[in-house]
Ligand binder design. Structure first.
Ligand SMILES: Nc1nc2c(ncn2[C@@H]2O[C@H](COP(=O)(O)OP(=O)(O)OP(=O)(O)O)[C@@H](O)[C@H]2O)c(=O)[nH]1
Ligand SMILES: [Mg+2]
Length: 443
């Protein structure tokens, strides 16, 4: 039997109301000890009553009872809506704690909802993502996951794999020479592979919408990197001067492009320098370029391209990178640039071409992602889904090459276990601990 937990579920600060949530077998008895009203007979109804400390009213509150199993956690739940501000809610929580409840761990309410089978792990991830969403697109992806769209898709593929695995295993048990006819194993596995292939870009999109990408702006001194950073951010974030070597530290700023969170980093101009501070800046800049998801390499288009520029641009070959030839308001002296990366001519000063750069960053960020139908997953869930696809592809090959039914069945079984783990079946406490610790207290 679980104990009874309590926490303030609303953000701490001044607001109209705060909510203290109590969940567990003693939720109602705790409420009776701290409220004037003693009965809350109707599930989901609000009752107006008083919060009492030593028999004295400390706040007028609303109390609502959710009866097990029809509550968020699946247990008896009492919510007490106090007036806003920190003090009333904290007093209410302390009263609950001194009358039999204990402080909830971060995410413990949601963990109980998962343990009681009310939601599966992908839905729990959806709950977290709704809270942390930073764009409308991210919120929609989280809501789809929360309402079970991912769970249903995963469960459907799981069930199909299970059926096929069962039929193959029956065949293995047949006496030599006798086989079931009409079992198109390879064809059916191909359909499952196709199902997974259409699901994965939706999950990658969810990952992208919640985690975003980091974009590093690099280039030689005075190319206009800080000017470009400011143009993308829409305000003077970084210092701009005509002195080469102005920027030393890495300057980060978050923006959103088409719903995708983008962390922009402006860096020190790349050059050999005897100045210790600037040299450290250049080292950090090169490190940032290496770690970046996307690199925007800025070249000064108002003068001939330097050998260094060509070398850095060559180094970006095969990476997600765009070459921004800046200062297009001045005559173009850069000439042609040999690269397979997209080359854009723009002006950080006038703003010409900046929208094109935004679109190019978006295009590179969402590559292979189905953003408009995104589904939220955690990194470990995405890993399991990719693993399931690998298993299914291998099973398909083994079926096509006649490697043996037991091998095919084994691979199908492995894919199935991975799909179940996406929903939280058979995952260890350690993973659950790390997952729910990302939640806030009271959720
Ligand atoms: N004409 C013109 N000048 C620009 C443009 N973008 C930047 N500049 C000028 O170029 C000079 C250098 O700009 P910054 O943005 O400081 O260049 P940076 O690449 O950050 O330079 P460092 O921090 O020294 O590496 C400044 O005088 C800017 O006003 C542009 O599009 N057109
Ligand atoms: Mg700069």
């Amino acid at each position: 039997m679980n104990d009874t937990i309590a926490a303030i579920s609303t953000a701490l600060g001044e607001g109209a109301i705060s909510i203290v949530r109590i969940s567990g077998p003693d939720a109602v008895s705790v409420a009776r000890k701290i409220l004037a009203r003693q009965d809350f007979p109707v599930h989901g109804r609000m009752y107006l009553t008083s919060l009492l400390a030593d028999g004295e009213t400390v706040d007028r509150v609303l109390c609502v009872r959710f009866t097990s199993p029809k509550s968020y956690t699946g247990e008896d739940v009492i919510e007490i809506h106090t007036h806003g501000g920190i003090l009333a809610a904290r007093t209410c929580l302390e009263l609950a704690l001194s009358h039999g409840a204990r402080t909830a761990e971060p995410g413990e309410f949601t963990r109980r909802a998962f343990v009681s089978g009310h939601i599966d792990l992908s839905q729990a991830e959806g709950v977290l993502s709704v809270i942390t969403s930073r764009s409308n697109e991210a919120l929609r992806a989280a809501a789809r996951t929360l309402t079970g769209e991912l769970s249903r898709a995963v469960m459907k593929i799981h069930d199909d794999v299970l059926t096929l695995q069962g039929e193959i295993e029956v065949q293995i048990d047949f006496p030599e020479g006798e086989t079931l006819t009409g079992l198109d194993t390879a064809g059916r596995i191909n359909t499952l592979v196709a199902d997974m292939e259409s699901l994965l870009p939706r999950c990658s999109a969810g990952m992208l919408l919640s985690h975003g990408v980091n974009v590093v702006i690099a280039g030689r001194p005075n190319a206009g990197k800080s000017s470009l950073m400011n143009a993308l951010v829409g305000r003077k974030r970084a210092i701009v001067t005509d002195i080469p070597g102005t920027t030393r530290d890495i300057i980060d700023e978050n923006i959103i492009i088409g719903g995708v969170p983008v962390r922009l980093s402006d860096t020190a101009g790349l050059r050999e320098t005897g100045n210790v501070i600037e040299a450290e800046g250049v080292r950090l800049a090169l490190e940032a370029v290496n770690d970046a998801d996307i690199c925007v390499y800025v070249a000064d288009g108002s003068c001939a391209l330097a050998d260094d520029d060509r070398e850095y641009i060559r180094g970006l070959e095969g990476r997600r990178a765009v070459i921004a030839v800046n200062k297009s308001d001045l005559p173009d002296m850069a000439g042609s640039i040999e690269t397979s990366c997209t080359v854009l001519h723009l002006s950080a000063k006038t703003g010409a071409g900046i929208d094109g750069l935004r679109q190019e960053i978006y295009r590179m960020a969402v590559k292979d992602c189905a953003v408009s139908s995104g589904l939220n997953v955690s990194a470990s869930q995405l890993e399991e889904l990719r693993g399931a696809l690998r298993d299914l592809r291998e099973a398909g090959e083994s079926a096509a090459t006649g490697a043996g039914e037991d091998v095919t069945a084994g691979l199908l079984g492995s894919a199935r276990m991975r799909l179940l783990r996406v929903l939280g079946v058979g995952v260890g406490d350690e993973l659950l601990d790390s997952m729910f610790s990302r939640f806030c207290v009271g959720k």
